[in-house]
Design a protein around this ligand. Sequence first.
Ligand SMILES: Cc1cc2nc3c(=O)[nH]c(=O)nc-3n(C[C@H](O)[C@H](O)[C@H](O)COP(=O)(O)O)c2cc1C
Length: 216
Amino acid sequence: MQKKTDISQIRFEYKKGSIDIKNIDLNPIKQFKKWIKEAIKNKVFEPSAMSLSTVNKRNNVSSRIVLLKGIEKNSFVFYTNLRSRKSSELNINKRVAAVFWWPQIGKQVRIEGYVKIVKKKEADNYFSTRSRNSQIGAWTSNQSSILKDRKTLIKRYKIIEKRFENKNITRPNFWSGYEINPFLFEFWQVRENRLHDRIVYKRINKKKWKKYRLSP
Ligand SMILES: Cc1cc2nc3c(=O)[nH]c(=O)nc-3n(C[C@H](O)[C@H](O)[C@H](O)COP(=O)(O)O)c2cc1C
């Protein structure tokens, strides 16, 4: 008989921390950079992984993990296939929510904002830094479309590999990046007795944010 795992009894020790609303940055993007650096220092696995939620035309919500590839001019950039499910949803509704969870340091960051496609040149630059295999992979996959079998995918990869043999691989026009322009952040820190710290930043105008504390 298979042994049952009692999920309700799983416990982990997090590194202790706290948020002092008076001492954290006035700017949530600067605060975010401090926290992701702390996550990297504490060897969080894939600290740039974020859960990204989008909404379709029926108001159904879907989430998936994508990697944050940079913070450019106060916006959070990720890359993907422009014909994917997420992209078709983003074409209809620009609003997204993203969540980072850094278990080793007991920290969570929530972001809400609007997306915009990055400039072609920026996408070209980023694409050129990717490994050749990933570049071929981007050309190969019709992300989120139904695939007959894995064999078909591998065959397609090989055809594209051959097509670009001894050639520079350019960015497919169906693959690019989105920047999330945030209007809300929440910084969450695990604390003792479930009395966690939660600090929200709400955008007031282009330069100013207001912050306040929420009950855990
Ligand atoms: C750790 C991790 C990182 C990922 N990074 C990306 C990424 O940067 N871009 C991307 O399009 N998909 C990424 N994926 C795959 C997505 O989670 C998802 O399967 C894919 O984008 C298709 O989603 P969609 O059908 O909702 O568009 C990643 C998955 C994991 C688990």
